[in-house]
Write a protein that binds this ligand. Sequence first.
Ligand code: NAD
Ligand code: WQD
Length: 339
Amino acid sequence: MKILVTGGLGYIGSHVTVMLLQKGVEVISVDNLDNSRIEVLNGIKAITNKEPFFDNLDLRNQNQIQDLFKKHTDIDGVIHFAAYKSVGESVDKPLAYYQNNVGGLLNLLKPLCELNIPLIFSSSCTVYGQALKLPIDENSSVQPASSPYGFTKQIGEQLIKDCCKANSDFKSILLRYFNPVGAHPSAKIGEYPQGIPQNLVPFLTQTVIGKRSLLKVFGKDYDTPDGTCIRDYIHVMDLAQAHIDSIYYLISSNQKFSCETFNVGTGRGFSVLEVIKAFEKTTGESVPYKFTNPRVGDTISAYADVKKIEKQIGWKAKYSLEEALQSAWNWEKEIDKNS
Ligand code: NAD
Ligand code: WQD
């Protein structure tokens, strides 16, 4: 089997690439290194003793995509990660986000629809906003997007659904991730945030290692058991496995569906304070933190109903929150050692 992974040197793409290579799948990895480093290839090689075919390519460039599909005529499926992902940055640079996340996807969809190559798309729980009912299942309504980033995911989902409707031989799975955290157990690959991390876990690990002075806990008076926001934190290894299971399901089964949406989470919600406590318990490190004002637009509580992916694809998260946080901490120490 030959799979094209876009954004293959990024956080999630690199973990998926490792798992594909370990299964003996041939991987074509493309990335323009906008939010990743070429050294990730060394990490992938160190874990697998194999390497993907790598092309430094920009999905915004239609010619480069055409050349790629001319060079590789036997691609069985595509897992599309390449996009910008910072909610805050998307508010300041909306055009860059629409150009990259929507433009890149449009360019990619052209050959995929023409050649009927199945696609897995990285969507996000952000499409649900603050859902009225918890846990959130796939029928929960999509809320008006609160950021250009979130809107690019909604547009992406719709573009793909429209292509599947127009061509019943083109099939796709839309995966709505909840909150990916953690790193590969080898600590050879992981998340490598540029600048100041916006997400909780990388900010937390950078604080404990001493790169940041204090973790700010955004809000303490929410209507939750301990007053802090609740999320469904999923180990990146579990998330990567969900992609492997989904691409096999998409390619090898004779399913009647053309486009299906699945949540990818653990099904359990943890508050910010619970994350801090779990980190302290598992690593033995203490987390310096203080409460600050709520973050504007924050969702109060979000965790997934995962029955659909369990039943249909047979995937279920295996790792605990503690294992995810321990791996994030091991990775942070590895970054620190090499910096
Ligand atoms: P990431 O930034 O680590 O990886 C994305 C990769 O794509 C980067 O290596 C970047 O250099 C590359 N890239 C970006 N634009 C490109 C282009 N035009 N051409 C070629 N390469 C390009 O992000 P990630 O955390 O691995 O996320 C992967 C996908 O999952 C994204 O689509 C993101 O929106 C989605 N997602 C992420 C999260 C999360 O919290 N990490 C949650 C939900 C959904
Ligand atoms: C988690 C919790 C914060 C940082 C983001 C994107 C979303 C999706 C998932 C891509 C919240 C709290 C955080 C900090 C804190 N990504 N927090 N101090 O908000 O679920 O969503 O990632 O699709 O689109 O918006 O994740 O990690 O930012 O926050 O107290 O310094 O931690 O308030 O409750 P979030 P997050």
